[in-house]
Design a protein around this ligand. Structure first.
Ligand code: F6P
Length: 319
């Protein structure tokens, strides 16, 4: 394979630029031509495609977001949209594609592969909710962004002797909440994967107070509820002044951590290696610190598990 394309799709994530850079530079190193496709699958349909060389990806390693922009594409889900996309690839002579994004993006990658365009997915999302891989690009950076916020919020809850319930992203997954709750020493973690026992949570807050813990931090995954709703309930049940913080989109930006840059670089390199051998319909993943790849359909059908060991550990250490 001599001519490939790369695009980013779905919610952006810190480290996506490192993955783009790895795809472009690995392709150039292997004597391939590489094209950047703007605005995800929408841009593919509209032919928003630029030739890329090593300079195109200079000075982007430290930048969050994606230089190719991203978008969610309803049109691509239609047969007409798919046909337009395939036609554009043929016009540009692009023989294979790297799609950096989440599970929704991989469905598009699967559809293209089924229609004869070898496509490789790279898991780029802060949610860490792709079952075939232990880590997704952006997750580590988002965790560290939340930790910085927890540290700042801990100052004010200590001053006011309050409880603060911090709502974090993750869509339907609780990984950001589990990792930040454990690393941030939160007194409670609420995730969609575990039923919420609000009475037990409030009892732990009150017991903590009796042991001299005059302030508490609760981490709530957005898939398990709304901080502003739980704020009132917790205040009523504990008698402690309670405030809610919704961290929102700061979790999607910022300079990627070294861990995310290295993960993205390894995954980008592996994706191009696959396409070079005309291998498509794969998702690049990491397990046991080894970079590997899975059939896209397999990857999309794997059951999602969550890290119960970390969740249970956080429960113990926050007594
Ligand atoms: O998938 C990444 C993510 O940030 C989720 O954690 C969040 O729920 C969602 O995207 C927000 O989507 P949008 O950027 O379309 O508002």
């Amino acid at each position: 394979m001599k001519k490939i394309g790369v695009l980013t799709s779905g919610g952006d994530a810190p480290g996506m630029n490192a993955a783009i850079r790895a795809v472009v530079r690995t392709a150039v190193y292997k004597g391939m031509q590489v094209y950047g496709i703007r605005r995800g699958f929408n841009g593919l349909i509209n032919g928003e495609i630029d030739y890329m060389d090593v300079k195109s990806v200079g000075e982007i390693l430290h930048r969050g977001g994606t230089i190719l922009n991203t978008a969610r594409s309803e049109q691509f889900k239609t047969e007409e949209g798919m046909k337009k996309a395939i036609n554009v690839l043929k016009v540009f002579g692009i023989e294979g594609l790297v799609v950096i994004g989440g599970d929704g993006s991989f469905r598009g990658a699967y559809d293209l592969s089924q229609r004869g365009i070898p496509t490789v997915g790279i898991p780029g999302t802060i949610d860490n909710d792709i079952p075939c891989t232990e880590l997704t690009i952006g997750f580590d950076t988002a965790v560290n962004t939340v930790l910085e916020a927890i540290s700042k919020i801990r100052d004010t809850v200590a001053s006011h002797e309050r409880t603060n319930i911090i709502e974090v992203m993750g869509r339907h997954a609780g990984d950001i909440a589990i990792y930040t709750g454990l690393a941030g020493g939160a007194e409670g973690i609420i995730i969609p994967e575990m039923p919420l026992d609000i009475d037990n949570l409030c009892k732990r807050i009150i017991q903590g107070r009796h042991r001299g813990k005059t302030s508490s931090i609760i981490i709530l995954a957005e898939g398990a509820g709304k901080a502003v709703e739980l704020e009132r309930i917790i205040e009523e049940k504990t008698g402690m002044e309670t405030r809610a913080t919704v961290l929102g989109y700061i979790q999607r930006g910022g300079c990627p951590t070294a861990a995310d840059i290295i993960l993205a670089s390894r995954m980008g390199y592996h994706a191009v290696e696959l396409l070079e051998k005309n291998i498509g319909n794969r998702v690049v993943c990491i397990r046991g610190n080894k970079i590997m790849d899975e059939d896209i359909k397999e990857a999309l059908s794997m059951p999602r598990t969550f890290n119960k060991e970390l969740y249970d550990l956080a429960q113990v250490l926050s007594i």
